[in-house]
Design a protein around this ligand. Sequence first.
Ligand code: ARG
Length: 383
Amino acid sequence: MFSHSSQLLKRAAEYLYVLRAERPGLVKDRRLEEITAEIESRGTYEQTPEELSEAGRLAWRNSIRCIGRKYWASLQVRDCRGLDSADEVFAALCEHLALATNGGRIVSMMTVFAAAPPGGRGIRIWNDQLLRYAGYPQANGSVVGDPGQVEITRVIRALGWRGGPRTPFDLLPLVIEMPGKAPRLFEIPRSLVLEVEIAHPDYPWFAKLGLRWHALPALSNMTFEAGGLRYTAAPFNGWYMLTEIATRNLADEKRYNMLPVIARRLGLKTDNNRTLWRDRALVELNVAVLHSFEKAGVKMVDHHTASKHFLEFEAYEARQGRPTYAEWSWIVPPLSSSTTPVYHRPYESRELRPNFFPQNPAWRDMYSQAEAVEGSRCPVHGL
Ligand code: ARG
């Protein structure tokens, strides 16, 4: 008990120190005394709306895996800490989808729900992103849909979802778990989901592959840590960088694995590495995705421009007297890496706070908790 409180107070004080340096006007003189008293009397404290929203922007700035950080100061933070039912949380997520998608002119946004109680389990969104496509394993070992989502698809079906129409792009329902309550399923209204069908500017056959992707990348399973508080449900989004979809999601062997099909349509021999069929198919797939997003009016950045923006971010940070920490292997784009300036620079990786941290998949935590309590059963049957 004491250690939770003292750790919380230490982190709160550290954050106030950072905030005072960044935004002197935001922190009033006796704020630390106030927080101390609140922690002493009830074991936790509440951040002011300004402390919360500034922490959101700093968490983005401190995200060492993100190449898009030049725009950190523009993050819009929605304060939804007062919501205490799954229905209200779902409604707020729907609103987030609408506001952030904004007809394709994507707005960087985070919606913050109530912090976890000290040492306890907070609100959880079980999906790793608000928008995800189901993965259905087939008898022959292949997968219809996104092979990266097979496990959560199984979990959601164990919770009672019957599955979608079994296309490669069935949208998964959201799983929302409120503290002490069983997780609940929510279908996202289609009208809130902007998707782009992928076509190629020069190859008419490309559209017939039936590829598509959603416009909004909204991470929903990370903890947002600010001033010692853990916001276990705080989904946030930016806009896509081209290569996330075209070089990884649709191309990775363990995802949609489209390169062999595309290469054959391009007339390349896929039984010989030396035709460079993977490389050539990959470029055309990237051309198609960029062209399609642009035509649909959906904001997306290509990897060359994003790398340039990252260098501008670094320069800005340096002018403010701050070093830029980064995880090189995440910052360097997976296509034509050495043609981007970030490839040629070393980066030190160091995680400052506030920040976003990964958390264990919610159902695994829950399973081990249920196991630990004698006589109780895992709420997700069949896992
Ligand atoms: N790489 C993830 C995806 O392909 C999205 C991660 C966040 N990306 C972003 N541009 N904010 O869905």
